[in-house]
Design a protein around this ligand. Structure first.
Ligand code: OGA
Ligand code: NI
Length: 374
């Protein structure tokens, strides 16, 4: 899979070039590789032209202030038999209304989360030559360092560097992960293992909240794919013109996201962008396209994007979970009846990768191509 071209709907192109000099905007070739972090460190007052979004896609600043509506679930309540049904209910409401919630008391120690972010930080701060050892344009590479979404083909570029790696089962992949910094495998590995356990627990809860047997797809979830997208969004001189990631939804079942500071925005039912606040120790949970299909549309995969800041670098680690590469997901038969006809075609992670290989992802979301009665 492409360890990462998991985003679907996106910006359309607008490129123009002009001769430039001094501190004005530069318009360098879109195929040469310059990382966003390198550009940030150069300290230019403007982003190069290729990062400038068409006006309709630029983030409105300040971001939409309605923060109070985002659900936060305390997973320690699952220990209490009287509180457990409330958690399931809250998950159902969150998934139906917004496809997103945050979890606290999820069992992953803060130190494990901080270590993973510090390993990411050390990796991105390596000299470019070291990172380029893992550089690849091949969306099927199991480990891949890159910038933007796919810098070789992106029309508009995004202010983001990333390292993506397959992560489950970890023994199959960890030898391919960065060996520099030397603590990377251990620190990121500890987090990856912990988050894989959490995703199994969350999937059971989400499946139960759909009224299904919590063991539905148990083995497929346990043996599913985990891809970690480790993202760096450097300080950006013109955060009102560029984005770190375009509007998209993730292909998988759920994504569990750790962020070092705010920057993620999710789209609510009224198509407003809501900035996700930073809660120390919390993890963000997003429904993906496989969940929308599995639930036969009861749960929506959440559309989200990443804004950038002129004050700080931001790191995030997105753990993208799905069924294994070739396992097709389809609407759960128990959720299909004459009143709720099957609304999506089945698909696998590989189908998604094939789609993004031969289709321009800026033109629309993959999930829209799966709808039976659009
Ligand atoms: C992703 C993603 C959000 C973030 O990697 O798919 O949406 O905050 N990341 O980095
Ligand atoms: Ni995403």
């Amino acid at each position: 899979m492409e360890a990462g071209d998991h985003q679907e709907g996106a910006a359309s192109s607008s490129s123009s070039s002009s001769k430039t000099s001094g501190s004005s905007r530069t318009s360098s070739s879109t195929t040469s590789f310059t990382s966003a972090l390198t550009l940030s460190q150069l300290g230019d007052a403007h982003v190069p032209q290729r990062y400038v979004l068409p006006p309709s896609q630029r983030p409105i600043s300040p971001s939409y202030p309605n923060l109070s509506t985002l659900p936060i679930l305390d997973l320690s309540s699952l220990q209490s038999s009287s509180l457990r049904p409330h958690v399931i209910n809250n998950i159902q409401t969150a998934c139906k209304e917004i496809g997103f919630f945050q979890v606290i008391n999820h069992g992953i120690p803060l130190s494990v989360m901080k270590d993973a972010l510090s390993a990411a930080n050390e990796f991105f701060n390596l000299p470019v030559e070291d990172k380029m050892l893992l550089g690849s344009d091949n969306v099927h590479a199991p480990v891949r360092y890159g910038t933007s979404i796919n810098h070789a083909v992106d029309k508009v570029h995004f202010w983001r560097d990333f390292i993506k790696h397959y992560s489950h089962p970890i023994s199959e992949w960890i030898h391919l992960w960065p060996s520099n910094p030397s603590s990377y495998k251990e620190k990121m590995g500890n987090y990856a293992r912990a988050v894989q356990v959490l995703q199994q627990q969350l999937m059971e809860l989400v499946i139960e909240s759909l009224g299904l047997n919590p063991n539905y797809l148990h083995d497929e979830v346990e043996n599913g794919s985990q891809v970690m997208a480790v993202n760096c969004y450097p300080k950006c001189p013109e955060p009102e013109l560029a984005l770190g990631m375009p509007s998209h939804s993730d292909y998988g079942s759920i994504t569990i996201l750790l962020q070092s500071c705010p920057g993620l925005q999710i789209m609510d039912q009224n198509k407003n962008w809501i900035s996700v606040p930073d809660i120390e120790g919390a993890l963000l949970v997003q429904m993906g396209d496989q969940m929308e299909v599995l639930s036969n549309g009861q749960y929506k995969s959440v559309v989200h994007r990443v804004t950038v800041s002129d004050e700080n670098n931001r790191l995030s680690i997105a753990s993208l979970h799905s069924l294994s590469l070739d396992k097709k997901i389809e609407p759960a038969p128990m959720l299909v009846d004459s009143e709720h006809p099957k609304s999506y075609k089945e698909f696998s992670f590989r189908d998604f990768l094939d789609y993004i290989t031969s289709n321009d992802i800026v033109k629309g979301r993959y999930i829209d191509t799966l709808k039976e009665n659009p």
